[in-house]
Design a protein around this ligand. Structure first.
Ligand code: GDP
Ligand code: MG
Length: 371
């Protein structure tokens, strides 16, 4: 960002340098046409002129997969567990399936049987961990994706075999395809007499998700969340997919996690439900998340038990942030309290400048209406 000057920016977007300077002046930023533009100035200008300015945020942009060749010591990389998101039409059995996998009884205790939040659990199959994310709908999933949080490695689309492809199944299919993640289809409710797996396969093949046994590349696994039939098969398929993906990360690194849910809880303060994507998060770590920061006061795992740390692809809740973070934001551990405070503060100032830029625009428009 430091290498673009005011006049160069103006030229690039077809404005005069005076236009650019005016915008920044109105926000109290004094620049001349030869000055270099700072990151926040670039973003404000982008908003003002309705153009998209891509500013690389060094913190958000640490891409372990792409950069580790040169910058990160790969010697401590290990295979990490896959993060699997379960999606599908309402009532097709997503929560029941996850319950059966985890042998718990969450669906029965839900208000109206509808999942209110994203929930995540880590289960162990053949000594290997798998983290599952249950979503209330694809909105939650896509809101995470649009914020750049690609937490999911594998997507399971649940289709009730007695009901077939429905509107939400279709929506989920397009989101799943857009994500580029491998897809596994779980044909649920196979215990029902009216279950018709061939109908499901035909309907899905029409959407270009062709079953392996029909010459395509998508695994269709018949399951029953009620009886548990087929669940072993489903888990084995997940592990095979996961192996192909060669998911790797560094458990010795400072933690980087994604917030999948957050709330303000009485007596606990801001609570963030996270999935760890790299490193290990420990009690006492200094963390920054969006414009909020703090020190990890307590961690609970997916069973609600108090733990000292969360490892690769593990999920749990974190206490200690000074404000409720946004869903989909990255939570990053750093060496010192100063670092996390500085970053959060800079981001907050930046966000305020953006707000100010909006309100200034409005008042200028109002004024010009008066004159
Ligand atoms: P979700 O909205 O996709 O999370 O669906 P739920 O897990 O809440 O299930 C919706 C309904 O379908 C509930 O009444 C479940 O008991 C029922 N159900 C889920 N899986 C099965 C199954 O494999 N067989 C049968 N017979 N019913 C199921
Ligand atoms: Mg549900």
């Amino acid at each position: 960002p430091e290498d673009i000057r005011v006049y160069e920016f103006a030229e690039a977007c077809g404005k005069s340098p005076a236009d650019v300077i005016k915008v920044l002046f109105s926000l109290g930023m004094m620049v001349t046409k030869n000055d270099f533009l700072k990151q926040d100035e670039l973003e404000i200008l982008g908003e003002e002129f309705g153009i998209s300015v891509t500013v690389k945020d060094a913190l958000e942009d640490v891409n372990y997969e792409e950069n580790y060749d040169e910058e990160i010591d790969t010697s401590s990389f290990v295979i990490r567990p896959p993060v699997v998101t379960i999606m599908g039409h309402v009532d097709h059995g997503k929560t029941s399936l996850l319950d059966k996998i985890r042998s718990s009884k969450v669906a029965a205790g839900e208000a109206g049987g509808i999942t209110q939040h994203i929930s995540s659990y880590t289960v162990i199959k053949n000594g290997q961990k798998i983290t599952f994310v249950d979503t209330p709908g694809h909105e939650a999933f896509s809101s995470m994706r649009t914020r750049g949080a690609n937490v999911t490695d594998i997507i399971i689309i649940v289709v009730a075999a007695d009901d077939g492809v429905k509107t939400q199944t279709e929506e989920v299919i397009s989101h799943a395809k857009a994500s580029g993640c491998p897809i596994i289809v779980a044909m649920n409710k196979m215990d029902k007499e009216t279950a018709n797996p061939d109908m499901v396969k035909a309907q899905m093949a029409e959407k270009n998700l062709t079953p392996v046994d029909w010459g395509g590349d998508i695994e269709f696994i018949p399951v029953s969340a009620r009886t548990g039939d087929g669940i072993e098969d489903l888990l084995e398929n997940i592990l095979i997919q996961s192996e192909l993906l060669e998911l790797k990360a560094d458990p010795t690194a400072k933690a980087k996690a994604t917030v999948i849910e957050s709330s303000l809880e009485k007596g606990r303060g801001p609570v963030a439900n996270i999935i760890v994507q790299n490193g290990t998060l420990r009690v006492g770590d200094n963390i920054v998340c969006d414009t909020t920061f703090g020190r990890v006061k307590a961690i609970t795992n997916d069973m609600g038990e108090i733990v000292k740390e969360l490892g690769l692809s593990e999920t749990g809740t974190v206490l200690g942030l000074n404000e409720v973070p946004t869903t989909g934001s990255s939570l990053i551990a750093m060496d010192s309290e100063k670092e996390v405070r500085d970053i959060a503060t800079t981001r907050a100032e930046h966000a305020r400048a953006k707000e100010l830029s909006k309100s200034t625009k409005v008042s200028l428009e109002e004024m010009s209406g008066l004159i």
